[in-house]
Design a protein around this ligand. Structure first.
Ligand SMILES: [Zn+2]
Length: 333
């Protein structure tokens, strides 16, 4: 396993430092997708957090690496067609959801290294105590809120006839975490109201999980961070009927217009899910650009309403050569 990873890192390094890599990346843009930056790296290493969370050390390591190999630019600069012909490849950072830790842990490091970023807010959560279900349910089942809370949620799942998580008592921490990851992925297809009911069975946290508008405006005033919408309730847009879809997009758009000085003309689909109907509605709300989750380089071609991104996990932030290997694979014609 370690040798496999070493080979991957070496190929990633070779790619970035070879003429093939340089040619492929010439004039191209890379959009990275992150979610959370936790307070410590050990917490971010666990498989059920690894995909959506990075630790502060890994994040800083990534920023230093990016500055070495890329021009770190604001998203809108990357999306300007005339801005694509630079010597070095360009990279733009995006964060989904609007987690409070973006202000507390990510922003000081963005400032320290002067790396611009865009944060996409699920606007119902901003300045409210509404919680993200996967965080609440996941961490309650993990036992982060104590054994009593964990047993209460499991009992609720049992009574309401939901499948129960497996292996949660496994002695092996990684195996337990992977099992939880799979379990949470399985819950994604549940009705949003059912997920909210499950969230309500979790104990309230001492702090809200999401940013408040004061934090949003303070980051925006620095000129380093801009904001765009990521849905209002984080409902998966492809699953909504026309009326609810319209309502969801206009509510998030209105909240950004009220809460920010210069909201981005870029929509960011929750979970990346979009189809023709969703893209059309987003365009009708005056968004010329939207971010998806398919991987690929940005070259100014392709659908501006389904822009590709590369996700960053704790693993890839710690070993950015793995990211360049993914960029290489995604860049292949
Ligand atoms: Zn999201």
């Amino acid at each position: 396993m370690a040798i496999k990873q070493l080979l991957k890192r070496t190929s990633g390094w070779l790619y970035l430092n070879s003429s093939v890599g340089r040619n492929q990346l010439h004039g191209a843009g890379v959009i990275l997708m992150l979610h959370r930056v936790l307070g410590n790296d050990r917490a971010a290493n666990l498989p059920h957090r690894n995909e959506l969370c990075v630790g502060p050390q890994a994040f800083e390591h990534l920023l230093v690496w990016l500055r070495k190999h890329f021009d770190c630019v604001p998203l809108m600069e990357l999306l300007q067609p005339n801005a694509l012909r630079t010597e070095r490849p360009r990279v733009a950072l995006t964060f989904d959801d609007g987690w409070r830790d973006n202000a507390v842990n990510a922003y000081p490091l963005l400032q320290k290294h002067q790396v611009p970023a865009s944060i996409f807010l699920s606007t119902d959560f901003i300045g409210s105590r509404q919680r993200f279900w996967w965080e609440s349910v996941g961490e309650t089942l993990w036992g982060s809120h104590g054994e009593k809370a964990r047993m209460h949620l499991i009992e609720h799942l049992r009574i309401t006839g939901h499948p129960l998580p497996v292996l949660l008592d496994d002695i092996d921490v990684d195996r337990r975490s992977v099992a939880l990851l799979h379990y949470l992925q399985g819950l994604k297809s549940l009705d949003p109201q059912e997920l909210e009911r499950l969230t309500n069975e979790c104990p309230p946290d001492s702090l809200p999980q999401a940013l408040d508008w004061h934090q949003v405006r303070a980051m925006e005033a620095s000129g380093l961070v801009r904001f765009g919408p990521h849905g209002a309730s984080h409902s998966i847009l492809t699953g909504l009927d026309d009326v609810r879809l319209h309502e969801e997009i206009s509510r998030s758009r209105g909240a950004l217009q009220n809460g920010c000085n210069r909201p981005l003309p870029v929509y960011c689909y929750p979970n990346g899910d979009n189809d023709e109907r969703v893209r059309e509605q987003v365009a009708n709300h005056d968004y010329p650009f939207a971010l998806g989750t398919t991987t690929g380089l940005y070259r100014g071609a392709g659908d501006p309403l389904n822009l590709p991104r590369f996700g960053v996990s704790q693993r890839t932030a710690r070993n950015p050569e793995l990211l360049s290997l993914r960029i290489f694979r995604g860049a292949r014609p």
